[in-house]
Write a protein that binds this ligand. Structure first.
Ligand SMILES: Cc1cc2nc3c(=O)[nH]c(=O)nc-3n(C[C@H](O)[C@H](O)[C@H](O)COP(=O)(O)O)c2cc1C
Length: 320
């Protein structure tokens, strides 16, 4: 069993301490020999050009000619991810959201470039040689976030955004935790409750990684209002229509028998979730319809030319 920790925090910082506590507990709980690795996302050097072996998408291939070549760690980190059976992704809250290095890693390495639904399409079309077959391996994920604030309004976006990192792989999130009031160095290890929770999360990950090979993994973390992602951030998209902002499940707000507000959804609403294969498939169909080649009219060409000229006269290049 291969466990991988991915830290978006500073080396030796609170996030890393939480991940190490969780990974140590996972190693102890594993029923087969465990291999553990930890990668610091802040240490990755990420190239600016499309990566060889990424799924061939029409939008990729942009490079920044002023940046010059850099050592590219993406093949390394992708290999670590593809080999892993169980991953803990951790990040501190920075200005109410995730650190930029986590987003940079996500957008340049994962996202549509490692999408299990697109990979399946390629295989079905006889282009399986373009796909790293390890993408189809089932994986379980646990998420960890923490921050200095002790109140919820200062850390609303971290867990929802960490959910976006691995969904294209079709990986299953089995637990998630958020710690408040962890702002100064070593405050995680000084918080016995937080360490115990990190250890529980590690054990849960190991148990669900094991279950994945038999009856299938399941979510065992704290319950949120959305029954799919178990977070509670919502997007009002119509008179009564509500999307789960984290995972896209569709429904409406109602009142439960206990009188508390609840998110009311059903199998159809849940099928839109990005955490379901059906949700990924719906999105791919949507994109395929959108990129169907359209005749470019003379009028569109004229507007394009005009905007291009404006861009050439208005863009101001940075000194680098
Ligand atoms: C620039 C900056 C912005 C921060 N913004 C927030 C914030 O909005 N909410 C919060 O709870 N903590 C915030 N923090 C505190 C960090 O989340 C906290 O120090 C955390 O322990 C750092 O994790 P690390 O040691 O793993 O890097 C911020 C820290 C920095 C340096």
């Amino acid at each position: 069993m291969r466990f991988l920790g991915l830290s978006g925090g500073f080396p030796g910082g609170n996030t890393e301490q939480a991940l190490l506590a969780a990974l140590r507990a996972a190693q102890t709980a594993a029923t087969t020999p465990a291999t553990i690795s930890l990668v610091r996302l802040k240490e990755l050097s990420i190239g600016s050009e499309a990566l060889d072996g990424h799924l061939p998408l029409p939008v990729v291939g942009k490079s920044n000619p002023t940046s010059g070549p850099v050592v590219d760690d993406r093949p390394f980190i992708l290999d670590q991810i593809m080999e892993a059976d169980a991953i803990i992704l951790g990040a501190p809250c920075i200005t109410r959201t995730i650190p930029w290095e986590v987003k940079c890693f996500q957008d340049s390495t994962l996202g549509p470039f490692q999408d299990v639904t697109m990979a399946k399409r390629l295989v079905d079309a006889g282009k399986g040689h373009l796909v790293d077959q390890r993408i189809f391996k089932p994986r379980v994920i646990a998420l960890v976030t923490l921050g200095g604030a002790s109140t919820t309004e200062w850390a609303p976006f971290t867990l929802p955004l960490l959910h976006q990192v691995f969904f294209p792989l079709g990986a299953q999130i089995v637990d998630q935790m958020q710690v408040f009031g962890v702002g100064v160095p070593n405050s995680l290890v000084s918080n016995g409750e937080a360490v115990a929770r990190a250890e529980e999360l590690g054990r849960n990950l190991a148990q669900q990684a094991h279950a994945m090979t038999e009856e299938g993994a399941r979510y065992v973390g704290p319950r949120g209002k959305c029954p799919v992602c178990h977070l509670s951030m919502f997007n009002f998209v119509g008179q009564d229509a509500v999307d789960c902002a984290t995972c896209g499940a569709k429904g409406r707000m109602g009142f439960g028998e206990d009188g508390h507000v609840e998110f009311v959804t059903n199998a159809e609403g849940e099928s839109f979730s990005i955490l379901r294969r059906s949700g990924l498939e719906k999105h791919l169909q949507d994109l395929e319809q959108g990129v169907q080649v359209q005749e470019v009219s003379v009028k569109v060409s004229d507007i394009k030319e005009e905007l291009l000229k404006l861009g050439q006269s208005w863009v101001v290049a940075p000194p680098s």
